[in-house]
Design a binder for this molecule. Structure first.
Ligand code: AHR
Length: 662
């Protein structure tokens, strides 16, 4: 070989090696030798339902309870338009209050109050405190913090001739002033009046008080108080601390609005998205299926906005034109059980779904795109998924209506992926029929739901291994083991490694329910407990968070050598498609440590240390309001070699995340 040929060969070889090392070490792409199975990049996300006071009184930051005077005895015995309001007339003032429904702000919001003030007394107990008005303690006391601003608003309509003076104040339970502002109601038409209240002290049980301080007659509605500091400072926004706990999970999708809340307690109670968009005073509140009041304030706009704020794909679920099969007794018009919408109403119902797609994705010049734009969002949201139905009983009526909806939406909007459902259980008649329907229609995704004991999850870790890859993908939309102990959480972790292994088929999975308010819990197990002040993430939360913040795009077989007959150990290994990080999830359900041999030799250019996150402890341990951080993950750094043996602690989930050399 001539010197020139030799040089050319060396250069070409160098160039070849350079490109290979670029591919291997850049971390942008896995080398062929380490190529894994592509899996869903949106596997783990959140399920949100207004159960357990998750929305009103929970995540939705409105501090006033029954702000629009729409509470009614059909929601809970004893509730009425004045529930959670206290009529007051300090300083020996004289007046009266009554409830009205003629000429409301909007027909969707029919009830309001009228205050007549005859005498404003001159014997104030506290300076400024005389007049006729109302007090509201919110959802068990309002949490205010010194130096923070609170946005107060109400709708007023003057019924007498002279403008009336109105004073609004925040006070602690002893009546000590936390903040006050005054303004005049001057218009004979409904008008919105707003002011900002700055707290000069902190309190967990404050109340808001509205006092009319000059004689006159006045209609009031939509009396509202929000912290200015909502999550991402959104107007009509969400409780910042609670939303942050969800944001910390980095969910890849957000399902909304449920759950059984979707198909509702009888036909008239189905969740209709149009009732939840537009100005809040024009939204239609209703009793939700869980037996309390749903303002619709946290509606479709806020849900998609929150999804974007989380970096999550919005997954709205709409009723399949049938009500929940568990619809209740006498209070439900039409009686108990699943009820189907009249076929004559289906065209209008399907149009509502088309309108939702236009509202979310249409230009601002379109009819429904304009409604979105008026709410402050001119750019389309880019909705890609819609679920039709929530674990419905697969009756002929359901099947007929689902098919009509599916065919119509597919024809007009082939770009939208429709999610079908397979009933409330992991098997059985509805499950079979749901899948039969999915196969017949060629659905792209089926929503499975199951709540089971821990033993079931341990025994069914191979559930999806044998599913037909040519049929629909799976969205495991609701699942949980019955309990919030560490043991429950670690069992779920073991099961989740099987979801990753099957991440080519299972494209999304969400634990349910998400939130439960202290003293208002309606479900045995939940991911996060909270009250007005405290937040208690369960061990199950930490498992979900650890999986969500460590999602991969490729699954790799055979990296961790586990005894195939030991169902109490589990592992999954994935790589992140962007950074190339290798992510090991190692689960030990034994009450003693287990050795887990790891062979990383197929992965090139790995750094020699891993970020190790471990969740471990006593199997029966739980987080409680008294001990909210008994079980939390611990992070450290660990030196690693190409091959090593990991000592998995008893009852643990360990995640090792290994980066690549730059
Ligand atoms: O997650 C709680 C409930 O469980 C949901 O509303 C329902 O879909 C399921 O049965």
């Amino acid at each position: 070989m001539t010197g020139y040929a030799q040089l050319k060969k060396t250069l070409l070889r160098g160039l070849f090696l350079f490109f290979i090392s670029m591919i291997v070490f850049s971390g942008l792409q896995a080398s062929p030798s380490e190529e894994g199975k592509p899996i869903s990049g949106k596997l783990f996300g959140l399920f949100f339902e207004d159960i357990n006071y998750a929305a009103d009184g929970g995540l939705y930051a409105e501090m006033v309870q029954n702000r629009s005077f729409e509470y009614s005895p059909t929601e809970q015995p004893g509730w009425n338009p004045l529930a959670f309001w206290e009529y007051i007339d300090p300083g020996f003032s004289i007046g009266r209050i009554h409830v009205q429904t003629n000429e409301p702000i909007h027909p969707n919001n029919p009830t309001y109050i009228v205050l007549d003030v005859e005498v404003v007394g001159n014997y104030p107990q506290h300076e400024g405190e005389s007049g006729v008005g109302l007090k509201n303690h919110g959802f068990g006391g309002m949490v205010v913090r010194e130096g923070e601003n609170y946005h107060f608003s109400l709708f007023g309509r003057l019924l007498s001739d002279q403008p009336v003076n109105l004073r609004v104040s925040l006070e602690d339970p002893e009546g000590e002033l936390i903040s006050e502002e005054s303004f005049q109601i001057h218009s004979k038409d409904w008008e919105k009046y707003e002011t900002s209240l700055t707290a000069i002290a902190s309190h967990d049980s404050a109340y808001v008080q509205v006092l009319i301080q000059s004689p006159g007659e006045l209609a009031l509605d939509m009396i509202s108080l929000f912290p200015e500091n909502t999550f991402k400072n959104r107007k009509n926004g969400l409780r910042a601390d609670l939303a942050q706990v969800l944001a910390d999970m980095k969910p890849r999708f957000l399902r909304f609005p449920g759950g059984c809340l979707v198909h509702g307690d009888g036909l008239g109670n189905m969740y209709r998205w149009k009732n939840t968009v537009g100005p809040v005073e024009e939204r239609k509140a209703q009793r939700n299926i869980w037996g309390y009041h749903q303002t619709g304030g946290f509606g479709f706009f806020e849900f998609i906005q929150f999804s974007e704020d989380l970096g999550a794909i919005p997954i709205p679920i709409l009723p399949a034109a049938v009500s929940c099969q568990n619809s209740g007794g006498t209070h439900v018009i039409g009686g108990a059980g699943q009820k189907a919408l009249c076929l004559l109403d289906m065209e209008e119902y399907i149009q509502d779904i088309f309108d939702l797609i236009e509202w979310a994705n249409g230009p601002e010049t379109s009819k429904w795109g304009a409604v979105r734009a008026q709410a402050g969002r001119s750019e389309p949201f880019g909705l890609t998924y819609i679920g039709i139905g929530n674990e419905d009983k697969k009756t002929p009526e359901f099947i007929e209506r689902f098919t009509m909806i599916y065919n119509a939406v597919k024809e007009k909007h082939p770009e939208i992926e429709i999610i079908g459902s397979s009933g409330p259980f992991s098997e059985g008649e509805d499950f079979e029929k749901g899948w039969e329907l999915a196969n017949r229609l060629g659905l792209s995704v089926v929503d499975e739901h199951y709540y089971q004991q821990t033993d079931w999850y341990i025994a069914n870790q191979n559930r999806y291994d044998g599913y037909d890859r040519k049929a629909s993908s799976v969205y495991l939309g609701e699942y949980a083991s019955w309990g919030n102990t560490l043991y429950n959480a670690i069992v779920e972790a073991a099961y989740m490694t099987s979801l990753e292994r099957n991440g080519d088929l299972v494209i999304m999975a969400s634990y349910a329910p998400l939130l439960a308010k202290r003293d208002f819990n309606q479900w045995s197990t939940n991911l996060i407990y909270f009250d007005n002040v405290n937040i208690v993430p369960t061990p199950n939360y930490y498992v979900q968070k650890m999986f969500m913040t460590n999602q991969g795009d490729y699954y790799h077989e055979g990296v961790v050598a586990l005894a195939s007959d030991d169902v109490l150990v589990a592992a999954s290994v994935t790589t992140d498609g962007q950074k190339g990080d290798v992510i090991l999830k190692l689960v030990n359900l034994h009450e003693t440590p287990r050795e887990m041999p790891v062979d990383l030799s197929r992965f090139s250019g790995l750094v020699d240390r891993a970020v190790l996150t471990v969740l471990a402890g006593e199997p029966t341990a739980e987080n409680t309001f008294n001990q909210p951080v008994k079980i939390t993950p611990v992070q450290s750094e660990m030196h690693i070699n190409k091959t090593f043996t990991y000592q998995a602690p008893p009852m643990s989930l360990s995640i090792l995340r290994i980066g690549r050399n730059k």
